[in-house]
Design a protein around this ligand. Sequence first.
Ligand SMILES: Nc1ncnc2c1ncn2[C@@H]1O[C@H](COP(=O)(O)OP(=O)(O)OP(=O)(O)O)[C@@H](O)[C@H]1O
Ligand SMILES: [Mg+2]
Length: 341
Amino acid sequence: MKARSITRLFSSDLAVDLGTANTLVFANGKGIVVNEPSMIAMNVNADEVIAVGSDARMMRGRTPRDVISVRPLRDGVIADFKAAEQLLSYFIQKAHNRKVMVRPRVVIGIPSGSTEVEKRAVLDAAYRAKASEVYLVEQPLAAALGAGLPINEPSANMIVDIGGGTTDIGVLSLAGIVYAQSIRVGGNEMDDAIIELLKREHSLLIGERTAEAIKIEIGSAAPLPAAMSLPVKGRDLVSGLPKVVTVTDSEVRTCLQECVQVIVDAVRIALERVPPELSGDLTERGIVLTGGGSMLKNLDKRLRDETGLPMCLADDPLSSVVAGTGKMLSDFKLLRRVSVN
Ligand SMILES: Nc1ncnc2c1ncn2[C@@H]1O[C@H](COP(=O)(O)OP(=O)(O)OP(=O)(O)O)[C@@H](O)[C@H]1O
Ligand SMILES: [Mg+2]
């Protein structure tokens, strides 16, 4: 018993948000120690990892022919099992300053409604990455806890987490999930829509990084107070030569409309399905928005207009899930209750 409490004292436990776009790791007592893109660069010939995280992202779109960059997660779930394991094990080691002997307990946030096969994939990846115990918790609960919502109270809270691959909607009460829905639309799909827009309207080929930059700079879900535009560099589809075109906020807004509407509709459906008693709570408390995608300009306004409910953007939308899983590390009773494996 004593030995156990001593090991706990030097505990190396970690909380992980294994996201489609970004992976964050929280270490007990230290805070967020890893915050990097979920990406690895591989040499296809030698089947060898060349770079992970930020380094791999730097290489994206600029790699020699035999180097490919891989996103191990797609639509919020593991799509490339081996790559996910390599990503996790690299970040776990990094979180421990590469001390290979450490075998941490790990809490991982997964999308609500993950299938058994999807859960198994995350568990296996974490165990192979040398975790000693692994707990899976549903992201809406973690995000709500991380955003500071009183999840233990009997009144309802609604959280909408717009990530890279998915939008997760959760209605929570008494530390449980009353309603959850995960739709496979998020920031990545918005980037794809922008790539298509440039192709269609400007005959310009651009990469994902440029598309994301356009979205962040001038993308919006409802008209902006002042018009904005941005010069965009890419390759002319016809001549094959480098070219610069100017893109406006209004054309970007139009091309994002479809993705935004899917998110708005999912929120409306969630509101219709909440038990009536809890609906009343939501009119007062409103909805908390989190995840990187929630920072799309005027998305909060659009949702407010469409639902008539107050919207509140989480303080740090990119780290709500990891902050919540981090809190669970030090509340083992809660962790036991909410873990889904
Ligand atoms: N200011 C911004 N405006 C619009 N989108 C943004 C902004 N900042 C980040 N994003 C987008 O947020 C997404 C990443 O968010 P986040 O890190 O929450 O996703 P994730 O947790 O990795 O993905 P998922 O939860 O779907 O697995 C990316 O698509 C990114 O382009
Ligand atoms: Mg996420």
